[in-house]
Design a protein around this ligand. Sequence first.
Ligand code: PNS
Length: 162
Amino acid sequence: MKLAVCPGSFDPITVGHLDLVERAAAIFDRVVVCVMVNGEKHPMFTLEERLEMIRGAVAHMPGVEAAVCGGLLADFARERGAAALVKGARSSADFDWEFQMAQINRDLCPRLDTVILPARPCHLHISSTMVREMIRYRQSLDGCVPPGAAAVLRGIREGKGR
Ligand code: PNS
């Protein structure tokens, strides 16, 4: 049983992220999508809100679960017995960054490899940063956020009066 961890900020999850998770699920037996803290970013949504949106997005996928972790990714992957991390890259800049992160994570957990999947061309312009901007300007998120996550997002926004 090969397990992959798809880590990220997911602030919020996008259709590009979901595509990555679907592709990871086609390669590995099980996938854990893990919301983590990126110390360089100031999130719009709490870890729990992001977790709920991911759960909404992956509800139709039997081998996929969502989790949250406030610690080191390498520790989480080791504890779960993960065979690999799966990350996406939309550009060579993304690839360079993920390449460095892969080295760091392998230093921290020597058996932990990283699979970097190239984003589909139709998703190259979609990012969580762009989605947050669309939310601020009250634009439609159709085609950017998976339907299951969009429903959760609507509930969060109504609850906060945003
Ligand atoms: O979606 P992102 O922001 O590119 O994801 C980056 C993330 C959250 C996976 C990365 O920042 C991370 O792994 N954070 C957890 C802490 C950690 O393990 N950092 C790397 C070693 S210092």
